[in-house]
Design a binder for this molecule. Structure first.
Ligand code: SER
Length: 583
């Protein structure tokens, strides 16, 4: 079965079971700008898991495009991916464990035809925060899984939360038995030996965790996630995702083009290319910060490995075409945006080649210094610095050193590298934490202020102003918008006064649901049109503002306090950025 068939079967199955199909959110989250990427299907749905009403109802199903970059450096092995698609079905206070488990079992065995004997499942063993999940246990038995293939594990294995705070709960996970020998008599689904492969995770989200501990949510939710690539691989009897139709054509092309036979490099190229295309397609661009930096790393690592394979970098455009052909059935938007995707990737490749040239110059300096000091070995710090500052790979440093009769000291390299990795990992976890937890009172106020600012800018600067991005913390807001010139002091003052005037009028903020066409006919602002379903949520603030938006918002503008613009600056070509506070 091809990936597209599995996806279609999944959505159809849940549609037949009363679920509404909702579109995937972009991999770059729009309501949660402090998060780097959408990492799970539940992320765009957090407000609804917490109790807000979803315009499409209480039973939803979707495929979600996800990017997880904590393990970038693991890609190249036989399983890690930075981009993947997660199929999900959702109960927002509707069905709970019994129905969720019986539907999962039916889908796996009847729709996908997986023999029941191939399935093992795990449930939550219970602790002081939440009891042993006997309900899930009974439901699995009723479905047809015998007791000896139902395992119980602690929070480490059978509890799901995104980051440190947020909606969470015990989960039940489904495993596919590959038929390999048990690695030991104790071997079980929690063992990493590869006999058991996790295929689906149903989270019973009825708790909320914050720094004080766990509380019950208003409603009992179900959040499930099934990794599309992995399921496709198993059903096709393949050992790695790189052998399925989404990657195989690129892998084969690389084999034809390569001068060196390096399987890891081929995987890295194929995987990072796909991930980068998906990020670029949703508006990501390479830069030196945050998600732009991750995209840059992906593209540079890809270029380096093309180099390692000995592939002429001028053929990149053809390789991109091959990848788009393999993916366009799942993501037709890649085909539509082919030219933009190509120009971003090739532009970054060209920049990287320049960086490599700078790196070589720096290397020359390091090499002569080493020789002048009468040494024969380039020390680890210098090798690492070349990597970190110039993106100059240690293999290349080593190769160049050899040509000059020098060696490199790699003894501490791994240690430095691990420290560096840990720092960036901590950085992204920090982000994630901030993002999902950020539905506090101040963030909500800033969210409403964003709508007022958007409206005020249209009055002061003109109707060409549209939101291009935003970033909110409890301390401040940042707002990017389309406008070609620096704002004058007078324009800034007028904008600030106008927002404060809207606030002082204490205008009620109304939440409405309507058809997308109706909302657009009313002139509602919408930043990402494609991602909304047919029925949309609209926030209207008197006759000042009307926007498609997931919320949350304050109930009337008077709650915001005093609005102040702190800074106005360029963000990118044709886009300005305002930083502002409420005090
Ligand atoms: N949120 C869970 C996961 O990401 C299930 O969708 O695995």
């Amino acid at each position: 079965m091809k990936a597209i068939e599995i996806r279609n079967k999944y959505l159809k199955f849940f549609e037949n079971h009363g679920h509404k199909i909702i579109p995937s959110a972009p991999v770059i989250p729009e309501n949660d700008p402090s998060v780097l990427f959408t990492t799970a299907g539940m992320q765009p749905l957090v407000p609804y898991l917490l109790g807000e009403k979803h315009p499409s109802g209480t039973r939803l199903t979707d495929f979600q495009k996800c990017v997880r970059t904590n393990d970038i450096d693991e890609v190249g092995d036989n399983r890690h991916l930075t981009y993947f698609e997660m199929l999900g079905n959702w109960s927002l206070g509707d069905y709970f464990k019994d129905e969720s488990i019986s539907m999962s079992y039916e889908f796996l065995t009847k729709e996908l035809g997986i023999p029941s004997e191939k399935l093992s499942v795990t449930c939550f063993a219970g602790d002081k925060d939440c009891g042993r999940d006997n309900v899930a246990f009974e439901a699995w038995k009723r479905a047809g899984i015998p007791e000896e293939r139902i395992y119980f594990f602690e929070k480490d294995d059978n509890w799901w939360i995104a980051g440190e705070e947020g909606p969470c709960g015990p989960d039940t996970e489904m495993f596919y038995d590959t038929g390999k020998e048990k690695c030991s008599p104790e071997c079980n689904p929690a063992c990493g030996c590869g006999k058991y492969v996790e295929i689906w995770n149903n989270v019973f989200m009825e708790f909320y965790k914050d720094k004080n501990g766990y509380t019950k949510l208003k409603q009992q939710n179900v959040d499930t996630g099934l990794g599309l690539e992995r399921m496709t691989m198993l059903l096709q009897g393949k050992e790695t995702p790189f052998e399925i139709e989404l990657f195989a054509p690129v892998m084969e092309k690389l084999v034809k083009l390569q001068k060196e036979d390096l399987i890891q490099s081929r995987r890295i190229v194929a995987e990072h290319l796909r991930s980068s295309m998906m990020i670029i397609n949703d508006g990501g661009r390479p830069s030196n910060v945050d998600r732009g930096y991750i995209l840059r790393r992906l593209l540079r690592r890809m270029t380096r490995h093309l180099n390692k394979l000995g592939i002429d970098l001028n053929i990149l455009s053809e390789i991109i075409d091959t990848s788009i052909e393999a993916l366009k059935e799942l993501y037709p938007e890649l085909d539509t945006n082919r030219e933009v995707i190509k120009s971003v990737i090739i532009g970054e490749k060209d920049k990287f080649i320049k960086t490599l040239q700078n790196g070589e110059r720096e290397f020359e300096k390091v090499a002569s210094k080493t020789k002048n000091a009468g040494k024969k070995v380039i020390d680890t710090d210098a090798v690492f610095n070349l990597y970190e500052t110039y993106g100059f790979p240690p293999e290349m440093t080593e190769e160049l050193a050899k040509e000059q009769g020098l060696e490199v000291d790699m003894s501490d390299y791994q240690k430095l590298f691990a420290e560096h990795q840990e720092k960036s990992r901590m950085g992204s976890e920090q982000k994630f934490k901030g993002g999902l937890a950020s539905t506090g009172e101040m963030e909500t106020k800033y969210h409403t202020a964003t709508h007022l600012l958007n409206a005020a800018l249209k009055v002061v600067l003109g109707e060409h102003v549209h939101q291009k991005g935003s970033n909110i913390t409890a301390e401040r807001m940042r707002f990017d918008f389309s406008h070609g010139a620096k704002m004058t002091d007078e324009e800034k003052q007028k904008t600030e006064d106008l927002v404060n005037e809207y606030i002082s009028k204490n205008i009620p903020v109304e939440r409405m649901e309507m058809k997308k066409e109706e909302a657009l006919a009313l002139g509602a602002e919408a930043m990402f049109l494609d991602k909304y379903g047919d029925i949309v949520t609209v926030y209207k603030i008197g006759d000042v503002s009307i926007e498609l938006c997931g919320g949350p918002h304050v109930s009337s503008t008077g709650e915001l306090g005093h609005f102040k613009i702190k800074k106005e600056e360029a963000s990118s070509a044709g886009v300005r950025r305002i930083k502002a506070i409420l005090d």
